[in-house]
Structures are given as C-alpha cells and as structure tokens.
Design a protein around this ligand. Structure first.
Ligand SMILES: CC(C)(COP(=O)(O)OP(=O)(O)OC[C@H]1O[C@@H](n2cnc3c(N)ncnc32)[C@H](O)[C@@H]1OP(=O)(O)O)[C@@H](O)C(=O)NCCC(=O)NCCS
Length: 177
C-alpha cells in the first residue's frame, strides 16, 4: 500500500507498457467483454478519465470515469459514470477500489458534477464509498441494440455535493458501462 502510485490519465496518453498492463488487468477481470483486438476501451467506449494504481511496474488497480449528459425528468444534467473497476487478485481487500473511487469523486466534484452512478456486480463493495441502490427506472441502450426501461439491477448512485439524487426516470442517452 505504501508504494502505491496513483496515475490519472487520458486514453490518448495511455500507451506502451502501461497500456499493455492495463489491458491485461481488464482482460483478466472482465474476460467476457474485453476483446476488440484486446482493447477494452474500443468495446466499451473511451472514458473521459482513466485512474490507475501502480506498484513498481505492476498495474494493480483501474477505474474508468465517463461524463455523460443525461436527462432526469425535464432536466438535462451532466453526471459521472464509473466503469471498469478492477483490482488485481493479489491486491484485493486493501482499499484500492475505495481509494480509486475517492479520486474519481474528487475529479467529478472539481467539475461541479453532483452525482456519480455505476452498475455493480457486487453492490456491497460500493456502500462505504457512498453509493446506494437506485429506485429510479433507467432508460438505456442495451447491448442487443434495443432501448429498454427498468430499474437496472445493481444500478447505484452517489451524491457528491449537497444536492439530493432526483427521484425521476434516468434517461441515459446511451449504454451502461
Ligand atoms: C470488486 C473489486 C474492484 C474490489 O476491489 P478491492 O480493492 O478489493 O476493494 P476494497 O478493498 O477497496 O474494498 C471496498 C469495500 O468492498 C468490500 N469488498 C471487497 N471485495 C468484496 C467482495 N468480493 N464481496 C463483498 N465485499 C467486498 C470490502 O470489504 C470493502 O468494504 P468496506 O469499505 O465496507 O470495509 C475487486 O474485487 C475486483 O477487481 N473484482 C473483479 C472485477 C469486478 O468485479 N469489478 C467490479 C465491476 S462492478
């Protein structure tokens, strides 16, 4: 933990050995959905910011921050959407995920973005970072190309400012990550 280096980078700047190691971590964590020529981002969309935890040359943690214009009720607003959260198996349960989320939230707050959302496999992981399960219906583009509306299982929100999460339908204007 003491030797962890935290990197914040844009997709364009992620190249070479660091990129190879990031793609390997993502391929291992998400074997079902990572290959478009081994480029996780080509498949899931290019994030606005990429957060990486590194120890020596080993990439031990990764998180992708997307900023998305959504509609909630009549209001158009920009929110953060977190994806590709992965920690190397031998580095789990040491708070890396929590620290990556904290940095992502700082980044979003600096842009006055009031909410962050994510779609969790294991919602329990995100409770201590302030996420709660959504009760809202979400309108989103599914992987099968169809637009769907339902309370997405594992969808969670975090309030980053004073503003409470609106109890309105969330129109995602795209897919989930
Ligand atoms: C999920 C994952 C990112 C967690 O990373 P991590 O660095 O081990 O998480 P942290 O150590 O920061 O733990 C955060 C919290 O989640 C809890 N937690 C971690 N893994 C958990 C698990 N598998 N089941 C239940 N709770 C878990 C921790 O106890 C901690 O709780 P606390 O803050 O209330 O004490 C990591 O296990 C992983 O990469 N899994 C495979 C990929 C994946 O499923 N990604 C998530 C996509 S939604």
């Amino acid at each position: 933990m003491s030797n962890t280096e935290w990197i914040e980078i844009n997709r364009d700047a992620l190249t070479g050995d660091l990129e190879t190691r990031v793609q390997a971590l993502l391929g291992e964590a998400f074997p079902e959905g990572s290959s478009t020529n081994g480029d996780y981002y080509a498949f899931h969309g290019v994030p606005d910011r990429i957060l990486i935890a590194r120890e020596a040359r080993q990439v031990v943690g990764h998180l992708a921050v997307y900023r998305r214009q959504v509609k909630m009720g009549d209001e158009v607003l920009e929110i953060g959407m977190i994806g590709a959260v992965a920690v190397a198996p031998d580095h789990r349960r040491r708070g890396h995920c929590r620290l990556l989320l904290q940095r992502a939230h700082d980044d979003l707050r600096a842009r006055s973005i009031p909410f962050s959302i994510l779609f969790a496999f294991e919602p329990r992981v995100y409770l201590s970072s302030g996420y709660r399960l959504m009760q809202n219906e979400t309108h989103f583009l599914d992987v099968d190309g169809a637009w769907k509306t339902f309370v997405y299982r594992g969808s969670m929100f975090a309030e980053l400012t004073e503003r409470p999460w609106p109890d309105r339908m969330l129109e995602l204007a795209g897919g989930v990550v």
